[in-house]
Write a protein that binds this ligand. Structure first.
Ligand code: PLP
Length: 419
């Protein structure tokens, strides 16, 4: 029983270096978070050794009595957290959850209607070379050029024209809430099922700070590692009517043995997500995003050609529009990286620059809120970003901003228990 550092010093060193990177920089990738110690421990447990094809009480392997307890806890907790009739906690990732959810209600060649990738949708919502674009016919809706909001009139028009079997609501880069009741009405008007992919905003829903899609949708998919703050993984929630179809689409349809160590970590995350402490953290997530949107709308930002897509945010992220800036998305991402802030460049709707470069940044607050950031800390980080994006940025500014980042990092330590 050799510890990692002895059995594999190279991997061990890289893991240690990644811990330092997470501790010493400001993580603002909107889809990332820091899993708590209990989640890390469950995920790093001996449950990784166990085969458990099937579902609790109905396994194809012996010795499942303990993983049954774990998986049933995860199922019961996530159903209670979101008020869902049925839950499958086995999808290995958000993409796997979406693949299985679609298989549960679609045949190859059916039509799906989802948000265009270039306007904030996800790969699995119908991108050409993703399984979703290869298996299904795709119609894509967009945001309105003026408002930056999803164009519900276009959703309705495309639904009438293409008669999809599945309408998908949900996004990876969109700063506003969707009208789930209106999506339901449109889906019903053409006899389509409605799937909501709440991967990004599930933590806000759990905390009661974002409308829940569950009462409106046939299928709700999510990841467990974004605002929810758990291990990397996926979940499908559904109506009781679709329960059997969902389960058989996941196993044996898409996957073999479930990752019971990850499911244990999901169970822990769902327990935490039901607490007042978690809700308080999600309130800081929203507050931080609003502070960031306000700061990046100030006159000095406007003078630098920096805009906030849709004029603000209702969620955990801000989509920064650099169409009028000297900086493209790549340069802005690199500049922030240079001062210790990690974000990702992201296409903005109607982006004139190519997807590898883009004219935008997606900046999220969940990971910093988990670190303990409050309004004052977020105001400081928002100012650091606004100054970094100005045209007069030079080596002296860079050095001053790096010092300000270092102070924040010190004020809000991450994983002190890990050394
Ligand atoms: N759905 C949405 C809306 C996402 O943003 C993502 C991830 O970015 C996924 C699904 C896929 O999740 P995963 O990376 O776990 O496959």
């Amino acid at each position: 029983a050799q510890p990692l550092a002895e059995v594999d010093p190279e991997v061990s060193a890289a893991v240690d270096a990644e811990l330092r990177r997470q501790q010493d920089t400001l993580e603002m990738i909107a889809s990332e978070n820091f899993a708590p110690l209990g989640v890390l421990q469950a995920q790093g447990s001996v449950l990784t050794n166990k085969y458990a094809e099937g579902y609790p009480g109905k396994r194809y392997y012996g010795g499942c009595e303990h993983v049954d307890v774990v998986e049933q806890l995860a199922i019961d907790r996530v159903k209670a957290l979101f008020g869902a009739e049925h839950a499958n906690v086995q999808p290995h990732s958000g993409a796997q959850a979406n693949a299985a959810a679609m298989v549960s209600v679609l045949k190859p060649g059916d039509t799906i209607l989802g948000l265009d990738l270039a306007h904030g949708g996800h790969l699995t919502h119908g991108m050409k070379i993703n399984f979703s674009g290869k298996l299904y016919n795709v119609a894509a809706y967009h945001v309105d050029k003026e408002t930056g909001l999803v164009d519900m009139a276009e959703v309705e028009r495309l639904a009438q024209e293409h008669k999809p079997q599945l309408v998908i609501a949900g996004w990876s880069a969109y700063p506003r809430q969707l009208d789930f009741a209106e999506f339901r009405r449109i889906a019903d008007s053409v006899g389509a099922k409605l799937m909501v992919d709440m991967a990004h905003f599930a933590g806000l829903v759990a905390a009661g700070l974002h409308p829940s899609p569950v009462p409106h949708a046939d299928l709700v998919t999510t990841t467990t590692h974004k605002t929810l703050g758990g291990p990397r993984g996926g979940v499908i929630l559904s109506t009781q009517e679709l329960a059997k179809k969902v389960n058989s689409a996941v196993f044996p349809g898409q996957q073999g043995g479930p990752l019971e160590h990850v499911i244990a970590a999901k169970a822990v995350a769902f327990k935490i997500a039901a607490t007042e402490e978690f809700a308080e953290r999600q309130r800081r997530v929203l507050e931080g995003a609003r502070i960031l949107a306000d700061r990046l709308s100030a006159p000095d930002a406007a003078a630098a050609g920096v805009k906030v897509s849709s004029g603000g945010t209702d969620v955990h992220l801000v989509l920064v529009d650099l169409v009028d800036s000297q900086l493209d998305g790549q340069q802005a991402e690199d500049r922030l990286h240079g001062i210790g802030i990690t974000v990702n460049r992201n296409a903005v709707p109607f982006d004139p620059r190519p997807p590898m470069v883009t004219s935008g940044l997606r900046i999220g607050t969940p990971a910093l809120a988990t670190r303990g950031f409050d309004a004052e800390d977020f105001a400081e980080v928002a100012d650091i970003i606004a100054v970094a994006l100005r045209p007069d940025f030079d080596e002296e500014t860079s050095s001053a901003l790096r010092d300000r980042v270092a102070l924040l990092v010190k004020r809000r330590p991450l994983y002190p228990e890990l050394g």
